[in-house]
Design a protein around this ligand. Structure first.
Ligand code: ZN
Length: 245
């Protein structure tokens, strides 16, 4: 089975459509979304509805999803994020808030584990270092765990010599996972990449070949920025889309 896996859409409908078009081209029919569906961007309702409409999809919650549905306090967020969460709360329909509120923190599947931050701390941990990778190994039992949250596509694994590796994943890059070891794959962000590449990020996972492919898709960034300006969302959040930082 091949899965289209994505995270951190952050209310960016144009970026989501670009990623879904990429999945369609690759004939993907099963999807995974790792949270932060909303926050930052201008189209929270449309993005929630588009994701619900995918049907064959597994979804976990992100910190922004819980914040807009009242499950997480705003004191956890920096000023820009908090302002966008307040805006999103005001514009998000009640039915969509209820949907986000009910999302699970972690999905412990038969083939892979899914969560937003890390298996140890699903909503909040930014998994950035080899030490954190090691500490998280005891919190999941499948050969692969997919995460998001940092907005940087990358992979943590232990090589044939037992050395911990942390590697960024670039556009078109393919990585063969070891079915006998444990790999953590960060799929990056659809709607607000932070690795210097402004294009939307996603991953295709082939569960028969144990293979990950990272893909980037261009989208109309200016259209999103115009909508954010009209909504008076913070300038910093508008500008960073151009740079992917
Ligand atoms: Zn995020």
């Amino acid at each position: 089975m091949r899965y289209g896996i994505f995270s951190d859409v952050h209310s960016n409908l144009e970026a989501l459509e670009a990623v879904l078009a990429c999945f369609k081209k690759e004939r993907i029919q099963s999807f995974v979304c790792l949270g932060d569906i909303v926050g930052y961007g201008p189209n929270p309702n449309e993005v929630v509805q588009r994701i619900i409409g995918l049907k064959k999809i597994q979804i976990t919650a992100g910190n922004h999803d819980y914040a807009v549905s009242g499950l997480k306090e705003l004191t956890w967020f920096n000023d820009f994020a908090a302002r966008s969460i307040i805006w999103t709360k005001r514009h998000l329909k009640e039915e969509n808030k209820n949907f986000l509120m009910r999302l699970p923190r972690l999905i412990d599947g038969s083939q892979f584990t899914l969560t937003h931050g890390s298996p140890r701390d699903p909503i909040d941990e930014y998994l950035l270092t080899p030490r954190q990778y090691l500490d998280n190994l005891e919190y999941f039992r499948t050969p692969i765990c997919f995460i998001g949250h940092t907005h940087v596509p990358s992979i943590f694994y232990s090589d044939s010599l037992g050395m911990i590796q942390h590697k960024p994943l670039g556009d078109g890059e393919i990585f063969k996972c070891d079915s006998q070891a444990k790999t953590i794959v960060n799929v990056g962000s659809v709607g607000q990449p932070r690795d210097g590449d402004p294009r939307a990020a996603c991953v295709i996972y082939d569960s028969e070949k144990f293979e990950i492919k990272c893909l980037r898709s261009s989208y109309d960034i200016h259209a999103v920025q115009d909508k954010m300006k009209q909504a008076s969302l913070p300038l910093f959040l508008i500008e960073r889309l151009s740079y992917g930082r």
